[in-house]
Design a protein. Structure first.
Length: 505
């Protein structure tokens, strides 16, 4: 199944070389141009024969080429976005035991230490695309490893196999093609996230071009609209993003069906979706199908994509029934299945469930298992099924939160903060508004509270955390409150966060 999907991409390089493959901030890229870059990386991989590649980049053409080349050559990979410090790259390389680092542009070379395993893709000369048949592969071999937040302060990797992804694409790609046999899919997520991978790989396999919105335009909806409408040969037909980004786009009154008349399919997920946003999009894009999407990284991108046809602004949005061959069960903490409308942990069963975390010794691997030959993943999400089997989520059971579309373990931020020798106590508090995390506030108790040391501490956070995990602001306290159990009193902290003198990071 996966080989068939990949072959459809390979065939497009030969059948439609002048067609648009990517709409990019700098230019529109044809399959012929992209193919030359992919072949250059394929030739390099053939010489190196790496066992695992880490790709360091954002949305450059050579970052895309590296992902496709690794896919065609059956080399598992992990992408690290350049919003992360280079130290994160080293951590991912160590966890994955990577023997090859591919740089999406030569500008990243200055951040890297000298090593024969580092390769600047832009220095490679383009070559005519000569691959005609994708390499055969074992279904259970790893396709990619998605790096996520880890409670130890080190990243952990989620192993997604070729077969896992193929089962996802089987139903997702069909939705894209049913909407527009040949269109353009809008990508916002970084390529280091599963949403970015599905935006690229599944869209190309479903005969869509891909419009790659750069994160430099995150707060510039008009710039995004210009990019979406600049290419006469490719018009936006489908979209996948977090609701937070769509809320930002809705600040521009021109984000509507008049400006983008062929945009008729939205997938919205990654965090809480408000009924008000669905109502706004339905008004702006009356011809569009709006799909409420859900699925942990551990279950190959997305397991639910429920079409929302009407909304009640006072209720939680349904996620519908699982797509493809996925199955949902609500279970108690003891693993007992619960009846309809009973709240428990969401457990996902089926062929999209990944093959656990890297390293294999990671304690969270207990969340994966098999029952009667069927893989499952205990998500940590709390919710219930109604009598029609529709899923409703109500929160998390652990210290994970979704912030700006990224899943973050609060204890990882605290672990990094506590490594500053000047810190005695620290705690991260998520601030919610309408069921969505809007801010992360870091409380810290320092031995030396001078302004110089406060600045040094905030610099420590920026240096050692990925950009998307740096808290909104830091509040320095002379004494972190402690409860009767000797633990940090987070309830009391929640009464302090709005008081004056936070230090904005």
């Amino acid at each position: 199944m996966f080989s068939t999907m990949i072959q459809s991409i390979v065939d497009r390089f030969h059948a439609t070389p002048e067609a648009i493959a990517l709409v990019h901030q700098e230019d529109s890229i044809s399959f012929a141009t992209l193919g030359q870059r992919v072949q250059a990386v394929l030739t390099l991989l053939g010489q190196l024969r790496p066992t695992f590649c880490v790709i360091y980049g954002h949305k450059e053409i050579d970052t895309v080429a590296s992902i496709l080349a690794c896919t065609f050559a059956n080399v598992p990979f992990s992408v690290v976005d350049t919003a992360n410090p280079y130290k994160r790259v080293l951590q991912v390389q160590a966890v994955q035991q990577s023997d090859c680092l591919l740089l999406g542009t030569s500008g990243y070379q200055q951040h890297c230490s000298a090593s024969p395993n580092i390769h600047d893709i832009t220095s490679l000369a383009g070559q005519p695309f000569t691959l005609h048949r994708s390499t055969e592969r074992s279904a259970t071999d790893p396709f990619y490893v998605l790096t996520t937040s880890g409670s130890s302060g080190m990243p952990k990797g989620v192993k997604i196999s070729y077969d896992n992804y193929a089962h996802f694409h089987h139903w997702y790609g069909a939705l894209l093609q049913a909407n527009a046999p040949q269109g353009m899919h809008v990508n916002h997520a970084c390529l280091s996230f599963d949403m970015g991978i599905l935006d690229l790989v599944s869209s190309l396999a479903a005969h869509q071009a891909v419009c790659m919105l750069p994160h430099a335009f995150n707060a510039m909806p008009r710039q995004n609209l210009k990019l979406l409408t600049q290419c006469e040969q490719a018009h936006a037909t489908s979209w996948f993003s977090t609701p937070s980004f769509l809320e930002m786009m809705c600040l521009d009154p021109k984000f509507n069906g008049q400006t983008l008349p062929e945009l008729t399919l939205f997938f919205i997920g990654g965090e809480f979706v408000s009924p008000a946003l669905i109502d706004s999009l339905a008004t702006r894009f009356p011809r569009a199908t709006l799909r409420h999407a859900y699925g942990p990284t551990e279950t190959s991108c997305v397991t639910h994509a429920h079409p929302i046809r009407s909304v009640d602004l006072s209720t939680i949005l349904s996620l519908g029934v699982p797509m493809g061959n996925n199955r949902i069960q609500i279970e108690s903490s003891e693993g007992t299945p619960l009846a309809s409308d009973e709240i428990g942990e969401v457990v996902i069963y089926g062929p999209q469930v990944g093959h656990g975390y890297v390293p294999q010794s990671h304690p969270r691997n207990i969340a994966f298992g098999q029952h009667q030959g069927e893989r499952y993943y205990r998500t940590g999400d709390m919710g219930y099924l109604d009598r029609a089997g529709h899923l409703f989520l109500i929160g998390r059971e652990d210290g994970q939160v979704k912030w700006r579309g990224n899943r973050i373990e609060l204890c990882e931020i605290e672990t990094v903060a506590a490594r500053d020798p000047n810190v005695t106590h620290c705690a991260v508090l998520p601030i919610y508004e309408n069921n969505t995390v809007t801010e992360l506030i870091l409380f810290a108790q320092l031995r030396d509270r001078s302004s110089e040391q406060q600045t040094a501490f905030t610099n420590h956070l920026r240096c050692h955390l990925p950009k998307y995990m740096v808290p909104s602001c830091c509040k320095f306290l002379s004494q972190i409150p402690i409860n009767l159990h000797g633990k940090i009193d987070r309830r009391q902290l929640s009464t302090l966060w709005h008081e004056p003198t936070p230090s904005v990071l």
